[in-house]
Structure formats: structure tokens, C-alpha cells
Write a protein that binds this ligand. Structure first.
Ligand code: C2E
Ligand code: CA
Ligand code: CA
Length: 564
């Protein structure tokens, strides 16, 4: 084979491999039966070299014996001129000794006289497919996690960004799914262009993309993001359609390595949702504090995450009483999670719940919380048969399709009366599919379980939620009552929420009642219960029982039959 023929093969191969992104490619000079194969194929299948004579024979040895005859026949037909290409599936032996399923498409390219000149082919490795996103050709979520793991192993610093398009379902609804995919493709191209020399781009789930950069700092990453955001915000054209896309971004600096990839991912998601829900798409950097603090925060979250996988060690529940507004007798208790270990001490929930909620593990912790709250609650029910145990439920628990059946099963297992359980949800569950939510809550309520809407009025969609879901109790957030005695705006807000609750036939609980004056002032409104430091801070179950579960209560509870 001449040098010239080799050079031509090489240059054709380079062009060809660019087109066939995500697949292994080969190109055979049929006159000389001399081939060039992708380096990745050589690595994966442990082939002798990227240049091979008689590659058909070499490759045939890698094909599963049951599929080999088919392959050999097809290659003979191609070389003898009987066929002009093949499209077949077979199993091929990888370097690690396992077979992977491959699809191989090849075509014969003839010279102007019609003689076979080149045989060009692309092999798709289905075993590797999940690492490549089929819509954009980018590395997928799996590839992203692999690369995160690799950078932790190598201990290399990185800045990572998670970005995604808001309200994408309206594009799919309006223009169709195929167009939606074209938009994703176009955004993927834009991202690849903007990060051409500075970062690797990944397509994660849904409309989310990630970028890992080893050269940019946070400010540079943010600058590029802002440029992309401006570009997408107006007159962004895909197939002659002018679109306006809004995007969000969470940014994370990786400068410590003894953490899990899942912890990093949860931190990123947390920052992303802050950007989406609170910052109108401005990039949010996870913990904008100095690096050492950032590092400590991630480490702490990592340890907390591991405690969940360790059977929820280190977690425990405190309980805060909620009293009847008129009689000030115990009406409910709210369970509130805490976590403690020797290194980090007692950690309040606001330090870990918002991030851990983004973690796939959260539902496991959620189950533990529910079970423990019911077990403790049963002890209280001996003294207060009508007492309601309130448990906070994160939207990510509701995402699990079996949530309602699990709760019902747990009530049954523990023999806990459903009418004594109240699930506190927040308006964040509006992010989930509303039909799914409606069905779920209908099912729970048909069993007698109560629903409270927590932090009423703090998000955008509390009102939208109560329209769709019958809520038993509105809990007015502490923010609205902090200055209620002085602030006429707060007074109007409390007035409005209580009226609204009345029209929906719901009770109202006010949180953050700290003083007797505040309680007295609030009594002019239609409020059923009070919760706050005036009565008690959240305390361990033993302390709560010592305070409220006196022997006379036990006697009384046996005299008065429970009402449901
Ligand atoms: P939240 O559900 O709104 O809980 C009420 C928070 O207000 C509690 O904070 C409580 O200690 C505090 N609080 C109660 N009365 C007063 C008062 O009079 N003054 C002041 N300043 N604060 C008062 P905590 O326990 O730190 O919990 C914070 C948040 O963490 C909770 O807010 C809830 O969103 C979340 N959280 C706590 N436990 C759980 C849980 O088991 N599951 C889930 N998903 N979230 C939880
Ligand atoms: Ca709550
Ligand atoms: Ca609340």
C-alpha cells in the first residue's frame, strides 16, 4: 500500500469520525484490504491497532460464534461485489471478556468506474449507549457521574454548572415533540460552542445540561452563562420559529474530594432550584462563602447523606406542641427533624433538608421520619386520643408514585389511626403533576388522613394549590405574624388568609407565636390553633411527655371516648 493511499485513508477517516460522533467508525481501503478504526474501538475491544490488514478477519474473531457466520457471509458479499453494504446486529467480545450487543452499518463507496473503493462503517455499542444521549449526542447523566467520579479520584479542581430550560413542556405542547428535540439539540450546540475550549457539556435528565470545567473560575462561568441566557431570551431561532427560552443555573466549586458524586449533584440541584424559584434565572453559586466554608458545608452534607444510607443513624425527631387557640390545650404536635454527630454537633434542618430534598435518597429518610413520628405519636395518643401528629413531607417524597400506598400500609402496620395523622406539605409540590397530586391526596384523605398547607403565602402558588387540593389546615408562616401587632400590612394578610381558609372550610394555625401579647392580638381573627415558643420550642418526646402526659391525663383519656 502506497504512502499516498495511506494518507488519503487517514484524511477521509478524520472527516468521517467527526460525522459519526458517539459511534465507533472504521474505513477500509478495499483494494488493499487495509483499514483504519477508531481508537475507542481499539481500546474497548482490545484490537491490535487502529491500522489493520484483513480487519474483517480480525473483527470476525471478536464476534460471538453464533453470530459469526452471518457476519462472514455479509463481508464476503461486500468484497465480492454482491452487496453494497450491511446493517446488522451482533454480539462482540469486549476487552473485559464480556459480549456487548452492537449494531453495525457499513456502505461500499465505489470509484467513478463502479469498482469498490472504500468500505465505511459505524458501530453502535449498545452496552455503551446509556453514556451517550441519543437526542443531542452529548455524554449523558451516566457519563456525567462517571466524569465527576474521575475528577474526585484525580483530585482535580473544577467548576461545575447545572443549567436547564424552564417551562419546556409548553414548547412540546405547542410545536410537538420532534421540534422540542430540535430545540434541545440547538441549545446543546450553543453550549458546546460557548464552552468549546473550556468545558465538557453533558445532557442530563429532561431539559438539563451540565458543564464541567477545569479552566474557568466562577466569574468566568457566570459570564458565559449570562451570554447564553441573553442569547436564548429573545428571538432565538430554531427552524424559523422565534423562541424566547428562559434558563436557570446552579454553580458549584469542587475543591474537596472526599465527597460522593451524589452529594455534589444534590448541591448543584439545590443551587439550580434556588436560581429557578427565587432568583428568576440568575446563576446561583452553591454557598457563595469562602472556599473553606463551602468545603465544610459539602463535607457535612456528605456525612449526613451517608447517615441516611446507614439506616438513618444520627437523625432524631423533636416535637413542638400546637395548642387550641381558645383553650390552649394540646391539639397537635409537629415532628421536626434534627441530626447530630460528634464532628458537626447538632445540625438544624434548614442546613440540610433543602439540599437533601434534591437527593434520590430523601424518600428513604422520609419513610424513617413518618415511621418514627407514628411510633412516638402512639405513646401520646394514650393520653390524648384526639391528638393530631403533624409530619412534614417534602415534595420529593410525593414524587414517588407509591407514596400514598406506603403511608396507608405504614398506618396499618403500626396500628396508627389515620385521622390522627396530618401531612404538612408546602406549595413546592406544585412542581409535580397536578393530576397525580389530586389523585394522591384524594386517596389519602379518603382514608381519613389530614393535609395541612405549610408556610402559607410564602411561595407563588399557595393559592393555585388550594384550588386543586382540599386542604384541612392552612399554616400561616411566621414571617406574616412577626410584626402583626404593629404592621397593618401583616394584619391585612392574616385577615385575608383566615377569610380565605373559612371559605374553603379549612382551619388556620399560626406559627411563631412568641409572646402572650401577640397571642392576645391574634385572637381577633378566626384562628384555630397556635404554635410557637410561647408554648414550647421543639423538644424531645420524653420532655414533651413529661410536660403534657401526666397521670391525670391518662385517666381522663380513658373516660372520654375518641371522636374522629
Ligand atoms: P417548618 O415546617 O415551618 O417548621 C417550623 C419551624 O419554625 C421549626 O424550625 C420551628 O422550630 C420554628 N419555630 C416554631 N415556633 C417558633 C417561634 O415561635 N419562633 C421562631 N423563631 N421559630 C419557631 P426547625 O425545626 O428549624 O425546622 C425548619 C424547617 O425544616 C421546617 O420548617 C421544615 O420546613 C423543615 N423540616 C423540619 N423537619 C422536617 C422533616 O421532618 N421533614 C421535612 N421534609 N422538612 C422538615
Ligand atoms: Ca411544618
Ligand atoms: Ca412552617
Amino acid at each position: 500500500m502506497t504512502e499516498k493511499a495511506k494518507k488519503k485513508l487517514d484524511s477521509l477517516f478524520e472527516a468521517f469520525s467527526i460525522i459519526a460522533e458517539g459511534k465507533y467508525v472504521f474505513l477500509t481501503d478495499m483494494r488493499h484490504d487495509y483499514s483504519r478504526w477508531s481508537q475507542k474501538a481499539v481500546d474497548f475491544f482490545d484490537l491490535p491497532s487502529v491500522y489493520m490488514e484483513n480487519a474483517g478477519v480480525v473483527w470476525a474473531a471478536h464476534i460471538h460464534p453464533d453470530d459469526r457466520a452471518n457476519y462472514e457471509k455479509s463481508i464476503q458479499d461486500i468484497f465480492s461485489g454482491k452487496s453494497s453494504g450491511h446493517d446488522m446486529q451482533y454480539r462482540a467480545l469486549a476487552g473485559d471478556g464480556n459480549y456487548v450487543v452492537c449494531t453495525c452499518r457499513g456502505v461500499v463507496i465505489s470509484d467513478p468506474e463502479g469498482n469498490p473503493d472504500y468500505f465505511a462503517g459505524a458501530i453502535l455499542n449498545h452496552g455503551m449507549l446509556s453514556y451517550i444521549d441519543v437526542v443531542t449526542g452529548l455524554r449523558s447523566l451516566y457519563g456525567f457521574f462517571d466524569d465527576l467520579q474521575a475528577l474526585l479520584w484525580r483530585q482535580s479542581d473544577a467548576v461545575i454548572m447545572l443549567t436547564g430550560i424552564s417551562a419546556f413542556s409548553s414548547i412540546n405542547d405547542l410545536y410537538g415533540y420532534t421540534f422540542g428535540n430540535n430545540v434541545l439539540n440547538s441549545v446543546s450546540t450553543l453550549l458546546q460552542r460557548e464552552f468549546a475550549n473550556s468545558g465538557a457539556v453533558y445532557r442530563l435528565d429532561g431539559t438539563k445540561f451540565a458543564i464541567i470545567s477545569h479552566v474557568l473560575d466562577v466569574d468566568q462561568m457566570r459570564d458565559i452563562y449570562n451570554r447564553i441566557r441573553d442569547r436564548l431570551a429573545s428571538h432565538y431561532t430554531v427552524e424559523d420559529e422565534k423562541l424566547s427560552l428562559s434558563i436557570n443555573a446552579g454553580i458549584l466549586v469542587v475543591d474537596s474530594y472526599d465527597v460522593s458524586t451524589e452529594t455534589l449533584s444534590s448541591c448543584l440541584r439545590y443551587a439550580y432550584y434556588e436560581s429557578k424559584n427565587k432568583k428568576w434565572g440568575n446563576a446561583v453559586v452553591f454557598s457563595d462563602k469562602i472556599s473553606a466554608e463551602n468545603q465544610q458545608r459539602i463535607e457535612k452534607l456528605n456525612v449526613i447523606r451517608r447517615s441516611v444510607t446507614d439506616g438513618c443513624t444520627g437523625f432524631f425527631l423533636y416535637y413542638q406542641p400546637i395548642v387550641d387557640a381558645k383553650t390552649e390545650e394540646l391539639h397537635c404536635v409537629e415532628s421536626l427533624i434534627r441530626w447530630k454527630n460528634n464532628e458537626f454537633g447538632l445540625v438544624p434542618p434548614n442546613d440540610f433538608i433543602p439540599v437533601l430534598e434534591q437527593d434520590i435518597l430523601f424518600p428513604e429518610l422520609g419513610r424513617w421520619i413518618l415511621r418514627r413520628a407514628m411510633e412516638d405519636g402512639k405513646k401520646l395518643l394514650e393520653y390524648y386520643p384526639n391528638l393530631i401528629v403533624n409530619v412534614n413531607i417534602s415534595y420529593s417524597q410525593l414524587e414517588v408514585s407509591t407514596f400514598s400506598s406506603e403511608v396507608i400500609q405504614m398506618l396499618d402496620d403500626l396500628q396508627f389511626p389515620p385521622q390522627n395523622l396530618c401531612l404538612e406539605i408546602t406549595e413546592r409540590c406544585r412542581m409535580l403533576d397536578i393530576t397525580m397530586l389530586k389523585n394522591m391526596f384524594r386517596k389519602l384523605q379518603s382514608h381519613g388522613i389530614r393535609i395541612a398547607l405549610d408556610d402559607f403565602g410564602t411561595g407563588y402558588s399557595s393559592i393555585g394549590l388550594i384550588r386543586d387540593i382540599p386542604v384541612n389546615t392552612f399554616k400561616i408562616d411566621r414571617e406574616y405574624v412577626k410584626n402583626v401587632e404593629q404592621s397593618s400590612a401583616d394584619q391585612r394578610t392574616v385577615q385575608f388568609i383566615t377569610k380565605l381558609a373559612e371559605s374553603f372550610g379549612a382551619e388556620v394555625c399560626v406559627e411563631g407565636v412568641e409572646t402572650a401579647d401577640m397571642r392576645d392580638f391574634l385572637r381577633q381573627y378566626r384562628i384555630s390553633s397556635f404554635q410557637g415558643y410561647l408554648y414550647s420550642k421543639p423538644i424531645p418526646i420524653e420532655d414533651l411527655m413529661a410536660k403534657y402526659c401526666t397521670p391525670d391525663k391518662l385517666k381522663k383519656s380513658h373516660e372520654a371516648p375518641a371522636v374522629s
